[in-house]
Design a protein around this ligand. Structure first.
Ligand code: NAD
Length: 478
C-alpha cells in the first residue's frame, strides 16, 4: 500500500499515479507514495479554507500558537533519528548532515515561536484626530512548495512562520522527497494543531504544484526551488494577483585575493562547493582566484577534493554520499562533459568514484574544472552538484564584472585580509548574502533570499513571519 497524504486531518490515498521513492545510495525502493490529482488538491485547499474561517487556529492568541510551535520543535528533536534517516534514504545526504538539519529545523521552529509571541503591531504617528495603527493579518490559505535538497530545514522554514502568522497551509514536498514533508504533517497532527490547518499532498510540480498555485482559494504561495519553476509559478501567481515568495537557484562566486589566509580560504571554498554534495542553492560553484596565487591555491583545493571522504550516507565519517537521484547524477556528469567540450580541463574528479558499493549508487566525485571562459555553460548554469569552475583574475574591476555576469544573485564569498577591499567588493556584488572570510554561514535570525533571478522576497529573520501576513491599516477616531 502506498504512503497516504494528510488532508483535513485524515490520512488518505490519492487518486494520482503512485510515486516510487528510490534510495540513491543503492537504487532500492524506499516506499511508494500515493499522489494527488486535482480532486485531492481541491479537498486539501477546502480543508485549509474551512479550518481558517473556523478561527480554530488564526483566532488563537499568538502565545497560544507559539505553544504549539514549541511542541513542534520538541517533537522534531524527539523524532530526530527517524526523520534524519528518512531524508538520508530519500536524497542520499549523509546521516551526519541529516541529523544536523533536524537540529537546525528545531531551531527554526523555536525561533518563529519566539517571534510569534513577541511580534508587535504598530502605532503610527497620527496626522489627524485618530489613532492610526497597523496590524499584521494572515493571508488565509497558503501553498508551501519545497524542493528535495534539504526538505528537513526547508519544510520547517516555511511551515513555522506561515503557521505562526495564523494561516492554514497546504504543503507540497518535492516528488523526490515526499516522506519528510509527510512526517512533519504527522508531527503537526500529533501535537494537536487543529485538523485542516496543515495539509500535505504529494505529487509532481506540473500537476499538483501547479494546481496549488492556481487554485482560486489559495491567497499566497511560498516556493523554494529552481528558477525555471519559479518563473512558471510567478507567471501563474501574477495572473491571479496573489503574492509569491520565491527562493530560487544560484551560481555563487567565491572571490579569493592573494592577500587572504590561503589555507582557511581553501577549506572555505572546498566546503562551499563540496559540502551538502554541492546540492545547495548557495553552493559556491564559481571560483575567481587572483592569478598570482592560482597555482598554489588550486593545488591546495585539489588536495582537499581528493581527500574528501565519499561513502555510504550511513557512514558517520562520510563527508559526501550519493547525489539525490541517478537522473540528477547523470545531469551533473552531462555538465562536466559540456565543460570539457568547451575547452575545460579537469583538475580533480570528473567521474564516479571507484570502490565497493559505489557502482550501485548515484555517486559523483568532487570535481574542479579549470581553463573555461566565463561564458561556458558550466560557468553560467546552475549544475547543483559538486562541480567547481575555477577562473583566474588579475584585475578587480574585471573580476567583479564577471562575478556579477550571471542571471543569479544569491550568495558570494570574499577572501582577503584587507578590510577596505572586502568592504568595497561586498558593496559591488549583486547577491542576497555575502560572507567575508567565511562561506555558507546561515542563521535563522538573518534575512535570506536572492537578488536578480535568485528570487523575490526574504525568508528568515524577525520579519520572516510578516512574509506570511498582510498589513492592515486601522484608524480609530478620537
Ligand atoms: P524544482 O523547481 O524542480 O522543484 C521544486 C518544487 O517545486 C518541487 O516540489 C516541484 O514539484 C515543484 N514544482 C516544479 N514546477 C512547478 C510548477 N510549475 N508549479 C508548482 N510547483 C512546481 O527544484 P528542485 O530540483 O526540487 O530543487 C533544486 C532547486 O532548488 C535548485 O535550483 C536550487 O538552487 C533551488 N533551491 C533554492 C533554495 C533557496 O533558498 N534559494 C534552497 C534550496 C534549493
Amino acid at each position: 500500500m502506498s504512503e497516504r497524504m494528510l488532508i483535513g486531518g485524515d490520512w488518505l490515498e490519492g487518486t494520482g499515479p503512485a510515486l516510487a521513492s528510490i534510495n540513491p545510495a543503492d537504487g532500492s525502493l524506499n516506499a511508494e507514495f500515493s499522489t494527488a490529482t486535482e480532486t485531492e488538491v481541491d479537498d486539501a485547499v477546502a480543508a485549509a479554507k474551512e479550518s481558517y474561517y473556523s478561527g480554530e487556529w488564526r483566532a488563537l492568541k499568538p502565545h497560544q500558537r507559539a505553544d504549539y510551535l514549541y511542541a513542534f520543535c520538541q517533537t522534531l528533536l524527539d523524532r530526530k533519528e527517524d526523520i534524519a534517516r528518512l531524508q538520508m534514504r530519500e536524497n542520499g545526504k549523509t546521516i551526519t548532515e541529516c541529523r544536523g538539519q533536524v537540529d537546525q529545523a528545531a531551531g527554526i521552529v523555536r525561533y518563529f515561536a519566539a517571534v510569534c509571541e513577541t511580534m508587535e503591531a504598530e502605532v503610527t504617528p497620527p496626522r489627524g484626530d485618530y489613532v492610526s495603527m497597523v496590524s499584521y493579518e494572515p493571508y488565509g490559505v497558503v501553498s508551501l512548495i519545497t524542493p528535495w535538497n534539504s526538505p528537513i530545514t526547508l519544510n520547517a522554514q516555511k511551515l513555522a512562520p506561515a503557521l505562526a502568522a495564523g494561516n492554514s497551509v497546504v504543503l507540497k514536498p518535492s516528488e523526490v522527497t515526499p516522506g519528510v514533508g509527510l512526517a512533519m504533517g504527522r508531527i503537526c497532527q500529533d501535537i494537536g494543531i487543529p485538523s485542516g490547518v496543515v495539509n500535505v499532498v504529494s505529487g509532481t510540480g506540473a500537476d499538483v504544484g501547479d494546481r496549488l498555485v492556481r487554485h482560486p482559494d489559495v491567497r499566497m504561495v511560498s516556493f523554494t526551488g529552481g528558477t525555471q519553476s519559479g518563473r512558471a509559478i510567478a507567471r501563474a501567481a501574477g495572473e491571479r494577483l496573489v503574492p509569491a515568495a520565491l527562493e530560487l537557484g544560484g551560481k555563487s562566486p567565491n572571490l579569493v585575493f592573494a592577500d587572504c589566509d590561503l589555507d582557511k580560504a581553501a577549506v572555505g571554498v572546498a566546503s562551499g562547493i563540496f559540502g551538502s554534495h554541492g546540492q545547495s542553492c548557495i553552493a559556491g560553484s564559481r571560483l575567481f582566484v587572483e592569478a598570482s596565487i592560482r597555482g598554489e591555491f588550486i593545488d591546495k583545493l585539489a588536495a582537499l577534493a581528493a581527500a574528501w571522504r565519499i561513502g555510504h550516507p550511513e557512514d558517520e565519517n562520510a563527508q559526501m554520499g550519493p547525489m539525490a537521484s541517478f537522473q540528477h547524477r547523470d545531469r551533473i556528469a552531462g555538465y562536466v562533459t559540456s565543460a570539457v567540450d568547451e575547452g575545460g580541463e579537469i583538475i580533480s574528479g570528473g567521474g564516479a568514484p571507484d570502490g565497493p558499493g559505489f557502482e550501485r549508487g548515484a555517486y559523483y566525485l568532487p570535481t574542479i574544472v579549470g581553463g573555461l571562459h566565463h561564458g561556458a555553460r558550466a560557468c553560467q548554469e546552475e549544475i547543483f552538484g559538486p562541480v567547481l569552475c575555477a577562473l583566474p583574475f588579475t584585475d578587480e574591476d574585471d573580476m567583479v564584472a564577471q562575478a556579477n555576469d550571471t542571471v543569479y544573485g544569491l550568495a558570494c564569498g570574499i577572501w582577503t585580509s584587507d578590510f577596505a577591499k572586502a568592504w568595497r567588493v561586498c558593496q559591488r556584488i549583486e547577491a542576497g548574502s555575502v560572507w567575508i572570510n567565511a562561506y555558507k554561514q546561515i542563521s535563522i535570525s538573518t534575512p535570506f533570499g536572492g537578488m536578480k533571478e535568485s528570487g523575490i522576497g526574504r525568508e528568515k529573520g524577525i520579519d520572516g513571519v510578516k512574509l506570511y501576513t498582510e498589513p492592515k491599516a486601522i484608524y480609530l477616531a478620537t
